[in-house]
Write a protein that binds this ligand. Structure first.
Ligand code: AP5
Length: 215
């Protein structure tokens, strides 16, 4: 199964992708996670990417396309994958199409999570993530049981640098200008299924499963 998750920042792409990994045993490929790892390691690419990420802008297409060209060749992608945060521009979508054509690995579905901007702002300002295992929480909607520690592994929770209100507003306008046109790009190919992303995570997950397992 090969899936693309589309949706604005905070729509729940990462939350749902992690639930799908458990069900289908395929990897989640998040360009955001790959870029944050490069920033943490202080690689030249990470240093360049950090400036864009901190400003809420997109990292240049050639950088992320290069990342994906390498990542999709990894053996764990042979059974399928969930793309979370890529593609984000029409140029990235066209590059992905060419890569997957060469590999004979067509996309099955584009799942678009629909959530209004005012809900997204509250979700992102309240997001907390485990440094050790990546589990996500929300201070109001899904708080950890024991203060600032992860319920799963006891790791320390942190707030992402780009989850500040001003940066979130920039990320949302970048989404509307550069990523939302992909709804049309994939819509014309009849690949998009829109899902109401305002419901509870378990309900959204059920809707996704219904779409993916509909015969
Ligand atoms: P990236 O890491 O991809 O961030 P994003 O797209 O902005 O998405 P998020 O991770 O913020 O949100 P999400 O939809 O995964 O929501 P989540 O499940 O975490 O990108 C970061 C940056 O990297 C970009 O700005 C850019 O600079 C760069 N970048 C990455 N990819 C790129 C690319 N392809 N091209 C160029 N640049 C790129 O949920 C959010 C919160 O809400 C959590 O606290 C969660 O607990 C809560 N929540 C989730 N679902 C629900 C629900 N149903 N109800 C209530 N709360 C919920």
């Amino acid at each position: 199964m090969r899936i693309i998750f589309l949706g604005p920042p905070g729509a729940g792409k990462g939350t749902q992708a992690k639930m799908l990994i458990d069900r289908y045993g395929i990897p989640q490929i998040s360009t955001g996670d790959i870029l944050r790892a490069a920033v943490k390691e202080g690689t030249p690419m990470g240093k360049k990417a950090k400036e864009y990420m901190d400003a809420g802008k997109l990292v240049p297409d050639e950088v992320v396309i290069g990342i994906m060209q390498d990542r999709l060749k990894e053996p764990d992608c042979s059974k399928g994958f969930i793309l979370d945060g890529f593609p984000r521009t029409v140029a990235q979508a066209e590059a992905l199409e060419n890569m997957l054509k060469e590999m004979n690995m067509p996309i099955d579905k584009v799942l678009a999570l629909d959530v209004p901007d005012e809900v997204l702002l509250e979700r992102l300002t309240g997001r907390r993530t485990c440094k050790a295992c990546g589990q996500m929480y929300h201070v109001k909607f899904d708080p950890p049981k024991s203060g600032g520690k992860c319920d799963k592994c006891g790791g320390e929770l942190f707030q992402r640098d780009d989850d500040k209100e001003e940066t979130i507003k920039n990320r949302l306008s970048v989404y509307h200008a550069q990523t939302a046109p992909l709804l049309d790009f994939y819509g014309k190919k009849d690949m998009v299924v829109k899902i109401d992303g305002t419901k509870a995570p378990d309900e959204i997950f059920k809707s996704l499963i219904n779409v993916l397992e509909r015969k």
